[in-house]
Design a protein around this ligand. Structure first.
Ligand SMILES: [Zn+2]
Length: 150
């Protein structure tokens, strides 16, 4: 069983494991990474997110920032790329506490999402994510190719 299949099975057996908060504050193995990065988006546009001071999470943000994932458990958002590739810092907004300052999420001056997107550590994590996804996808293809030949 490869890590992709394994993680899909794990996910089906325990849906709460898909919450990005589950991956914060621990060192991840490849199975965790695959589950986190290949997970079907939790934040569907039909979900009604809870409001804080009249503001709430918007799944539209994920169109511009595909690394963003909403955590139902925390009512906060995390960066899956940074979670997957060890930029974990105690108290960090996108890998530990979770981001929930909805008021400042977007906007040209104080857009927190944009500034995270442009940060050096995030860009490094994103490069690692892209490489990792390519490797996993290639493995999947090779496995299918091999199985067809049997
Ligand atoms: Zn990030």
């Amino acid at each position: 069983m490869n890590i992709f299949t394994e993680s899909v099975l794990k996910q089906q057996s325990d849906p709460t494991n898909s919450d990005p908060y589950f991956f914060s504050g621990k060192s991840l193995n490849d199975s965790d990474r695959t589950q986190l990065l290949f997970d079907i988006k939790m934040s569907s546009s039909t979900t009604v997110f809870p409001a804080t001071d009249g503001r709430r999470y918007s799944s539209k943000w994920e169109e511009k920032f595909p690394w963003l994932r909403y955590s139902i458990q925390k009512d906060a958002a995390f960066c899956i790329n940074c979670l997957a590739f060890c930029n974990y810092k105690d108290g960090d907004v996108f890998t530990d506490k979770g981001f929930n300052d909805w008021k400042n999420a977007t906007g040209s001056k104080r857009g927190v999402l944009l500034s995270h997107n442009e940060s050096k550590t995030h860009k490094q994590a994103t490069n690692k994510t892209i490489n990792y996804k390519q490797i996993v996808n290639k493995k999947e293809k090779d496995t299918c190719f091999y199985l067809k030949k049997l």
